[in-house]
Design a protein around this ligand. Structure first.
Ligand code: ADP
Length: 552
């Protein structure tokens, strides 16, 4: 056999540091704006950011941090967190972003499991650090993201010794060459929220980080551009803010970081002040923003589009954004194990020839894969189901940005080389995927499946409903029947019977929920998803009206 003929192009590894270097060199004056914990607005450029990220890299080298060591962060979206992203991964260590909204015990478990050598934290999380530090004996130092005076003001006396980030990097000059790493080396580490069991770590490589940034930025994915001003509401502590801190520098977009203030008013004011054209976040955040703009009678003067994902975007929310405010919604699906983007609902030329209603139906789905992701739905026998938009089964994915195994676990999660997502979905002839449920949330009535997401979407399309969850209630004849737990908007007068009647004509008769109960609020996970496990616990003993009648 003849020897393979190799291409004769430069062997340049795909490294996270190259994203920031590119932005610093070619979009050096483009701004990064942050609302700080200190209360003010901070602004500087990609050029400044790279210099300080390099100062941090030098500081880490001086501390004796070695390639491959994990460095934790407990921080909001902000410029210092971005410097940690690049300073840590750029020098060859692993930037381990930790979700501060998890329970302290879970956080301590994660820090310990990841074996973080140092943890950088925003001053808001001082009390959290005090709580978890005794359970994390291997952490060599806790570094507060601020200067010494600010730390003294915000943190006061802490029982844990704390270093100041600014004092740590100040002695270094930022004259530093990013090391030429092997692109397969680890770059970032993110743990899943772990609604059941302990959180599991997804360890990304430099190669997967850069490939994901490329595909995330494409026009039919997030469609990021140097002409955008991007405000990621999705936190940098959750799956790398869906890759925006990487895709933003890749295209040279302006970045706007909201810090800790994620209420509707604060977000709106920052968007207007910084000419934000593009945003991304989970549905719960947008509920707050939409409620604020409505009540205050405001309009968006620059916002053009927003990515909504993390949990299903209710069609009613999509309509409100587009019809009332002229903001395009891009519905997206993904997961920590996928870096995280999997699909986005952006229409092809062919789909755009269809009626507006047909187009909207497609855009309400989770959408088309981005380059680098392959997917299939399989039935109980493991065989692939047809792409007919009807057959639903377990969704499996694979690709260079999908995990092969979890960090520090020997068992493989893969099935025949595919990663089972735990989601139940259909795929239609356009290749558009639609999630009907998490496999553990699906409702099985008389052996048939009912989609809890569909029923939730209908409930929140009622003008008096603010939020709704659909869970299974046990039933002697049908095994399970759907019930709705709804939160009403202020001043609403909607009754149980009226909401049940609202389903008529919208779904098959046997899908109509058997009961509706009203609650003041719904439990959410640390990433803003409905906490169905908790809801099922709360309503475990709930007796459906028809069952109660028969029992009398
Ligand atoms: P966790 O750590 O909670 O798993 P992820 O962000 O990785 O956090 O969650 C991934 C899961 O979130 C998916 O498997 C899916 O169930 C759900 N999800 C994400 N986006 C959507 C969406 N657009 N529609 C429905 N479910 C979604």
């Amino acid at each position: 056999m003849a020897a393979p003929l190799y291409g004769q192009m430069m062997e340049v590894p795909l490294l996270a540091s190259s994203l920031l270097s590119h932005a610093s060199r070619h979009f050096g004056d483009t701004e990064i704006v942050s609302r700080r914990i200190e209360g003010d607005i901070h602004r500087y450029t990609y050029r400044d950011c790279e210099k300080r990220a390099k100062q941090l890299a030098q500081a880490l080298v001086a501390l004796g941090v070695e390639q491959g060591e994990r460095i934790g962060t407990l921080a909001w979206n902000g410029y210092r967190h971005l410097e940690c992203y690049y300073g840590v991964s750029g020098m060859g260590a692993v930037c381990h972003t930790i979700n501060p909204r998890l329970f302290p015990d879970q956080i301590a478990f994660i820090v310990d499991h990841a074996d973080d050598a140092y943890v950088f934290f925003d001053m808001t999380f001082g009390p959290l650090v005090e709580t978890i530090a005794p359970q994390c004996p291997n952490v060599k130092g806790w570094i507060a993201l601020g200067d010494a005076s600010c730390i003294a003001e915000h943190l006061g006396d802490m029982s844990v010794p704390v270093m100041s980030y600014e004092s740590l990097i100040a002695p270094h000059d930022g004259v530093y060459d990013w090391p030429l790493l092997d692109e397969r080396q680890a770059s970032f580490l993110c743990y899943t929220s772990g609604t059941t069991g302990n959180p599991k770590g997804a360890l990304y490589s430099h190669r997967s980080t850069v490939l994901h940034a490329y595909s995330a930025a494409l026009p039919d994915a997030m469609g990021a551009s140097s002409s955008d001003s991007i405000l990621p509401v999705v936190p940098m502590f959750h799956v790398n803010a869906w890759g925006i801190p990487h895709a933003g520098p890749l295209v040279g977009a302006k970045l706007v970081f909201p810090g800790k203030d994620l209420d509707g008013k604060s977000l709106y004011e920052l968007m207007e002040a910084e000419g934000v054209t593009y945003s991304a976040g989970v549905p719960t955040v947008w509920l707050g923003l939409l409620a604020y703009v409505k009540q205050a009678g405001k309009r968006f003067s620059t916002l053009k589009r927003t990515v909504i994902g993390g949990s299903a975007c209710p069609p009613a929310m999509l309509r409100t954004f587009e019809d009332e405010y002229g903001v395009e919604v891009i519905h997206a699906w993904g997961m920590t194990e996928m870096s995280p983007l999997g699909t986005l609902a952006r229409l092809s030329f062919r789909q755009k020839q269809r009626t507006p209603e047909e187009q909207r139906v497609s855009r309400e789905k989770q959408g088309h894969v981005l380059f680098g992701v392959d997917m299939k739905v399989v039935g109980d026998d493991g065989r692939e189901l047809p792409w007919d938009g009807q057959s639903f089964g377990d969704l499996h994915v694979r690709g260079p940005c999908v995990i092969d195994r979890y960090f520090r676990r020997d068992d493989s999660p893969l099935v025949d080389g595919w990663f089972p997502t735990g989601d139940v979905a259909t795929i239609d002839a356009d290749g558009f995927m639609n999630i009907t449920d998490r496999s553990k949330d699906v409702i099985k009535s008389g052996g048939e499946w009912i989609s809890s997401i569909d029923l939730e979407n209908i409930a929140v399309s009622h003008p008096q409903v603010a939020e709704a969850a659909c869970i299974a209630c046990s039933h002697p004849k049908w095994t399970e029947r759907p019930m709705i737990v709804a939160v009403l908007k202020p001043g609403a007068t909607l009754t149980r019977e009226e909401l049940i009647a609202f389903y008529e004509g919208k779904v098959a008769k046997w899908w109509i929920p058997d009961d509706v109960v009203f609650a003041d609020e719904l439990p959410h996970t640390a990433t803003g998803k409905l906490q169905k496990v908790r809801l099922r616990e709360l309503y475990r003993g709930h007796v459906l009206p028809d069952v109660a009648e028969k029992a009398v």
